[in-house]
Design a protein around this ligand. Structure first.
Ligand SMILES: Cc1ncc(COP(=O)(O)O)c(C=O)c1O
Length: 452
C-alpha cells in the first residue's frame, strides 16, 4: 500500500477499511488536528469537564475509534459503558435514522408513540422479578435514580434512603448526595440534600469471611435511625465508579432479605452493569435477586440518551398522575435505538462474547497479580478491572501512569475507584478477539513498564 492509499484507508469511513487497519497511530496522541481543536475547546468550554484523552473523534466502527488525525484507537471505554453494541452499530443507526425522518419529538406527556410503549414492555418482560411491572422512561441515569426515589417515597410515605460505601449514582443534587466519593463529585457543591445514610458493603476481594458483619452493621444503622423511616435502599449489583466491586456471595441476597423484612423498596442500579455488560442481561441475575425497582440507562439507548425505572406495578403506579415525566423523557429516536439494542442482545452472541472478554482479560492480566503493585483482577463479563496496591496502600499513581501509557499507544482505558487506583475495562461487547488481544497486549506492556 502506498503512503497515500494508506492515508486514504485511514480516513475512510468505510467500516471494512477501518477494521482492516485495527489500531494504527499515524501521529502521536493527541495529533495536530486534535491539538488545534483542544485549543478551541479551552476557549469555549468550561474547564470543569475533565477529559481522559484530549483526542477528537471523527467516526467509529465496532471497538475502534478513528480520530480527526486518522489514528485508530482500540476502545476499552465504550463512552463509560454506553456503546455496548458498538459506537456506530448499523442496526441502531438505521432505526434511529428512520425515526428522525418520521418525527424527532412529541413529548410523551403531550401525544404518545408506540416505541415508548415497546421499550417499556421489553423492560417489564426482561428485568429480573417474577411480578407485574410498569416502566417509566427518562433521559439520564441520574434522572432514573432520582425518580426511583420519588416513587419509593410516594409509595412508602417514608423519607430516608440507604446507600453504600463506594456508591456512584450521579451528579444531580440528590444523586450527588447518594454518591460516596467527595472529589470530584461533591466537592464545593454542598449543602447536600439530607435523609441519605451510608452503610458498608462486603467486597468479595476484602471479605474472606463473607457478608455477615456488613449485614449486621446495616441492620444496626437501620435500627439507629428507625427502619420504618427508610423508603429505599439503593445499590449497584457491581459497583462501577467506586472500583468495579463484586460483592461477597450472599451480600446482595442479604440486602434483599433486609429490605423485604422492613418494607423498604430495594432499588438496583443497573445503569453501568446492566444491558448485557456482565454476560447476562442484568447483573443482579448472577446473584439470583430482583430489585423492587431496577434502573437502566447507558447501554440502553445504544449511545442515545435514554434511561428507565422498571418496578413492581403497585409501586410505579403509587405516584399521582402527572407526578413523573420530563420533556425529553423517552425520546422517540432514543426509543428506536433501544429497540435495536434489544434485538442485538436477544440474539445472544453479544452476551456470550462478554464472557469471552472476561476469560481473555483474566488470562492476560491475572499473571500480573504476582508483581509488586498489582493487587487484584476482578469483575464480570466485559466489566473487568485491575487494582494497583502495595504494602504502602492504594497506588493511584501506578494506575494513572499505566492507563496514560496505554492511552498514548492507542488503547483507550479509564481509571476508577475511591483512590483512583483501578484501571477498568469496558470494551464494546462485540469486540473482535484479535482487537481485544491487541488492546490487552498494549495494556499489559504499559503496566509492566510502570512496574519495572
Ligand atoms: C451506577 C450508576 N448510576 C448512575 C449513573 C449516572 O448516570 P448518568 O451519568 O447518565 O446520569 C452512573 C454513571 O456513571 C452509574 O454508573
Amino acid at each position: 500500500m502506498t503512503a497515500t492509499s494508506a492515508l486514504a484507508a485511514n480516513h475512510s469511513k468505510d467500516p471494512a477499511a477501518v477494521r482492516a487497519a485495527a489500531r494504527r497511530l499515524l501521529t502521536e496522541l493527541p495529533g495536530p488536528r486534535s491539538r488545534e481543536l483542544e485549543a478551541e475547546r479551552r476557549q469555549h468550554v468550561t474547564d470543569a469537564f475533565g477529559v481522559t484523552l484530549p483526542v477528537f473523534i471523527d467516526h467509529a466502527h465496532d471497538a475502534l475509534l478513528v480520530d480527526v488525525d486518522g489514528n485508530h484507537l482500540i476502545d476499552f471505554a465504550s463512552g463509560i459503558a454506553v456503546t455496548s453494541v458498538g459506537a456506530a452499530n448499523p442496526k441502531v443507526a438505521k432505526r434511529a435514522a428512520a425515526q428522525l425522518e418520521r418525527f424527532t419529538h412529541t413529548c410523551f406527556m403531550v401525544t404518545e408513540y408506540e416505541s415508548f410503549v415497546e421499550v417499556c414492555r421489553w423492560l417489564n418482560e426482561h428485568t429480573p422479578g417474577d411480578f407485574e411491572k410498569r416502566t417509566a422512561l427518562f433521559t439520564t441515569g441520574a434522572e432514573a435514580v432520582e425518580n426511583a426515589i420519588k416513587v419509593a417515597r410516594a409509595a412508602t410515605r417514608r423519607a430516608n434512603i440507604l446507600v453504600f460505601d463506594e456508591a456512584y449514582h450521579g451528579r444531580t443534587q440528590l444523586t450527588m448526595a447518594m454518591t460516596a466519593k467527595e472529589n470530584p463529585y461533591r466537592l464545593n457543591f454542598g449543602p447536600l440534600p439530607g435523609s441519605v445514610f451510608r452503610a458498608p458493603t462486603a467486597p468479595a476481594h476484602t471479605s474472606p469471611d463473607g457478608p455477615a458483619k456488613a449485614l449486621e452493621k446495616i441492620e444496626a444503622i437501620l435500627a439507629e435511625h428507625g427502619a420504618e423511616t427508610f423508603a429505599a435502599m439503593v445499590i449497584e449489583p457491581i459497583q462501577g465508579e467506586g472500583g468495579f466491586i463484586v460483592q461477597a456471595p450472599g451480600f446482595l441476597k442479604g440486602i434483599r432479605e433486609i429490605a423485604t423484612r422492613h418494607g423498604i423498596v430495594l432499588v438496583i442500579d443497573e445503569i453501568q452493569a446492566g444491558m448485557g455488560r456482565t454476560g447476562t442481561l442484568f447483573a443482579s441475575e448472577h446473584e439470583g435477586i430482583a430489585g423492587d425497582i431496577t434502573l437502566s440507562a447507558k447501554a440502553l439507548g445504544g449511545g442515545l440518551p435514554l434511561s428507565a425505572a422498571t418496578g413492581r406495578a403497585e409501586l410505579m403506579n403509587a405516584v399521582h398522575t402527572g407526578g413523573l415525566g420530563g420533556t425529553y423523557a423517552g425520546n422517540p429516536v432514543a426509543c428506536e435505538a433501544a429497540l435495536a439494542v434489544f434485538e442485538l442482545l436477544e440474539d445472544g452472541k453479544l452476551l456470550k462474547n462478554a464472557t469471552f472478554v472476561e476469560n481473555a482479560v483474566r488470562r492476560r492480566l491475572e499473571p500480573l497479580v504476582e508483581l509488586d503493585g498489582v493487587a487484584d483482577v476482578r469483575g464480570r463479563g466485559a466489566m473487568m478491572a485491575i487494582e494497583f496496591r502495595d504494602a504502602s496502600g492504594p497506588r493511584g499513581d501506578l494506575a494513572v501512569t499505566a492507563a496514560k501509557a496505554a492511552n498514548a499507544h492507542g488503547v483507550l482505558t479509564l481509571t476508577c475507584g475511591t483512590n483512583g487506583n483501578i484501571i477498568r475495562l469496558l470494551p464494546p461487547l462485540g469486540i473482535e478477539a484479535d482487537v481485544l488481544d491487541e488492546g490487552l497486549a498494549v495494556l499489559e506492556a504499559s503496566i509492566r513498564s510502570v512496574l519495572s
